[in-house]
Design a protein around this ligand. Sequence first.
Ligand code: LRH
Ligand code: MN
Length: 412
Amino acid sequence: MLKDEYDILVEKLARQGIDVEAIKAALKAQKIETPSWGYANSGTRFKTFGWAGAARTTQEKLDDAAMVNKMTGIAPSVAIHIPWDKPADDDYVAMRQYAEAQGVTIGAVNPNLFQDDEYRLGSLANPDATIRSMAQEISMECCDIMSKVGSKALSMWLADGTNYAGQDSLRHRKHRLLDGLKMVYAAMPRDSRMLVEYKLFEPAFYSTDLPDWGTSLTMCQHLGPNAQVLVDLGHHAAGVNIEQIVAFLLDEGRLGGFHFNNRKYADDDLIVGTVNPFELFLIYHELVDAAQSGEEPAQSTAQNIAYMIDQSHAVEGKMAPMIYSVLNCQEAYAKALLAPRKALAAAQAAGQVIEAHALIADAFRVDVRPLLAKVREEMGVPVDPMAAYRASGYEEKIRKSRGVAANLGGYQ
Ligand code: LRH
Ligand code: MN
C-alpha cells in the first residue's frame, strides 16, 4: 500500500524536476534534540498530574530519549537543565558515558536562573550585585559542565523582568544583563555558542528583560560571533509572524536554534505542529530556502541550526507525545524540502501573487507519509514509529518499574 503511494509520489515529484534522492538524504540527516525535562512530570501552576512511568532521574530521562531515537532515528541528543539534571555525585563525565552507552549525546546545557529564592527580582539583571554574581557563577559552572559532557551550546533563558511600572530602571537592568552575559560568554568553551532565548512575558508581567527577537539579537551583536538567537515558538505575542523573524535572523547569520512546541494562547508548550502545522511548515520553508540559497551568511547559518523541542506534557503522557513531536518536525521538513523552489522564485520575480502562494500551499498539502516510511525503512528504523512504540512494551515496562514519582510541583 505505502509502496504504491510512494512510487506514485516519486513519479509526481520527478515530473516536477524534484530530486527525491536529495530530499531523502536531507531527511536522513535531520536531527531533533529532545528536552530531558519533557520526560519527567510537569504541569501548570494549577496542577501537575503524576504520570505512571514518568522519568524520575536523569538516567531514566536518557533511557527515554534513547528510546525515542530508537523509534525515530532522528533524535540523537538530549538537552539538559541544571540543577534539574545535576547528578548526585556531580560526575558529569559519568553522565556523558551513560548517555553514549544508551546511544544518545548530551546537547544544549540550560542554566536554571529562575527557581532559586534569590531570583525574586531577577538573576543577571537583579538590582543586587551579590545575586547577580550568584547567577553568573551558576552560568559559568554550566560552561564547565559543557566541557565535561561534550556540549557545544549554552542555552540561556532568563525569567528576569518586573511586575510594575517604576519597579526598577529598565535601562540599568539592560546594562546589568549585558554585563552578566559578557562574563558568561567569556567563560564558554572554545568552538561553542551561546543561544539567547527571548520571551514576551511570564513570569514577569510588566517588563521582561529579553522580551523579543530584536532585544536578543542586539545582545548577541554586543556579545560576539558565537552568540545567536533562540526562537521558542511559544514566546511571541499572538499574531506575530515567526517565519519572518526566522528569515530575518537567518539573513543576519544570527539564528542559532529553536525550542519547538505549539500554542493557541500563550506559552502553552503543547506538541509542535498540533495547533498550527502550516506555521511550522512555513518556518521550515524559510530554513530550506536559506539552506539552498547560496547566499551568505543565510546558507551556512541555516545549515547549523540547533533544532530542539521544549514542551510540557501535562495530560498526554511522556513518551508518545515526544515521538509524535519528532514525527511532526520530520513531516514539516519533508513538505518544505519538496516545494518547487525554481518555479516559486520565477512566480515571485514575476509578481504572480496567487501562483507563488499556491506553489507553497500545494507543497504543504502533499501527503509525505509514504516518503517518510521509505526513508525510515532505508534508515532501519520502524516505518510507523508510534505503532512500533505501542507494540514495544516500553510504556508498560516503565509504568511498572517507575510508578508515579513523589514530587509533583510545576517542573520537577
Ligand atoms: C521558558 C522556557 C525555557 C526553559 C523552560 C523549561 O518558558 O521556554 O526555555 O528553560 O521553558
Ligand atoms: Mn524554551
